[in-house]
Design a protein around this ligand. Structure first.
Ligand SMILES: [Zn+2]
Length: 393
């Protein structure tokens, strides 16, 4: 690199390097894609479910950098037991491709990967085929062996052998106008001149409490990436199209347009709580976020994890090793005496002054056609939710 290039680079706003230093790109286009299609015709095939497919797309786009494929045994064991890849980088969630009887290829063969509709999605060089202990994975990653946990149940339901090796992938399915792969997110941040960006993970509509947290974070950084997860979630979560409409009306009415970007992340929820919080942060680092918001019971489900357990797990990693900075937030609410949004950290008043509604109570109101109070939910957002949920079971 010449001195001139270094200076040119320095003048471009940059946020943070991808995890491992290099943004992985396993997508092929044009003639390479045609060649992949020709080769795939002669290969053994494997059909991927929704979760496996979303992992494949995330690997291909670099969202899971430095992974170039599904984990081989050494990385898998190290991630399950030690929360690190073999090379020493923090990594908390196994990214694996399981296969069952009848679908298990030989080691050192290529296989063609198809979606559930029989559309070719890519090719995998299967370098390793290995058995694994599902209960150990459940215990270490999900902190429970109970099949009632949706993430554990998915592990128990999958095939008994894991396939490890790099993938080569055809361009992703259409995820709509808000799909923002890591390279595009980084370009968007650079175009706005942002040097610091906070990522916000959600799979729910954004209510006042979340808006408050996002805006507190935005006070100390250049931009906000509102990054809802649009892969497979629990069936009782709000449908993706409804959530998107909620984000659109919220951003249009209450956020400065030059300080926020809405992008969807086609990732599946695993509900692994603390470990998934780290994983969520690393995916946002790969998208170029320098900061990441960790709220209460991040990525949790039921009562499997303590309220602040996810926040605490960040303390087990050296800040340099993670790279992205966690911003820990407490439960927030509207306080009538403070006459504003607040949290236990900033408000001295009691429950009688605070507008607090449980998720269950809010869902019941929406189904009954009632708008939650404006201190809880922006009326524009509440109206979208009532239209979608009124009368629904
Ligand atoms: Zn107060």
């Amino acid at each position: 690199m010449t001195a001139e290039m270094v200076m040119a680079d320095a003048s471009v706003a940059q946020t943070i390097a991808p995890h491992g230093g290099r943004l992985i790109n396993r997508l092929v286009h044009g003639e390479e894609a045609d060649e992949l299609r020709r080769r795939a015709a002669d290969l053994p095939s494997l059909h991927l479910n929704a979760r496996q497919l979303s992992d494949l797309e995330l690997i291909a786009s670099g969202a899971l950098s430095p992974l170039e494929g599904f984990m081989k045994r050494a990385d898998y064991d190290s991630v399950v037991e030690e929360m690190h890849l073999v090379g020493g980088l923090p990594w908390t969630i196994p990214i694996t491709l399981a296969a069952g009887d009848g679908d298990i290829p030989e080691e050192n063969t290529d296989i063609a990967l198809y979606d559930a509709h029989g559309t070719l999605r890519g090719i995998m060089a299967v370098q390793e085929v290995y058995p694994y202990d599902k209960r150990r994975e459940a215990r270490e990653v999900y902190r429970t062996e109970e099949a009632a946990h949706p993430g554990v149940s998915a592990v128990y339901a999958q095939g008994d052998m894991l396939l490890g090796g790099p993938v080569t992938v055809l361009p992703a399915a259409d995820h709509g106008p808000y799909h923002l792969p890591p390279a595009a997110a980084r370009a968007a941040f650079a175009a706005r001149g942002w040097r610091t960006v906070v990522g916000f993970q959600t799979r729910n509509p954004v209510h006042r409490a979340h808006e408050y947290i996002q805006k507190c974070a935005l006070e100390i950084v250049d931009g906000l990436l509102l990054h809802p997860l649009m892969g497979e979630t629990k069936s009782d979560d709000i449908p993706a199209d409804v959530r998107l409409r909620c984000y659109e009306v919220l951003l249009a009415n209450y956020y400065p347009q030059d300080r926020v970007i809405l992008g969807v992340l086609p990732a599946a929820m695993r509900y692994a709580g603390p470990r998934e919080a780290i994983f969520h942060a690393l995916m946002r680092k790969n998208h170029g976020c320098t900061h990441f918001i960790i709220g209460r019971d991040h990525a949790g489900v039921g009562t499997y994890y303590g309220t602040y357990e996810a926040q605490k797990l960040f303390d087990q990693f050296a800040p340099d090793a993670l790279g992205i900075t966690p911003l820990r937030f407490e439960n927030s609410f509207y306080c009538r005496r403070c006459a504003g949004m607040a949290s236990d950290k900033t408000c001295p008043h009691g429950p009688e002054d605070r507008v607090a509604l449980s998720g269950t109570a809010v869902r019941a109101m929406l189904r009954a056609g009632e708008l939650p109070p404006p201190e809880f939910s922006r009326p524009e957002v509440a109206r979208v939710l009532v239209e979608a949920l009124h009368g629904a079971d």
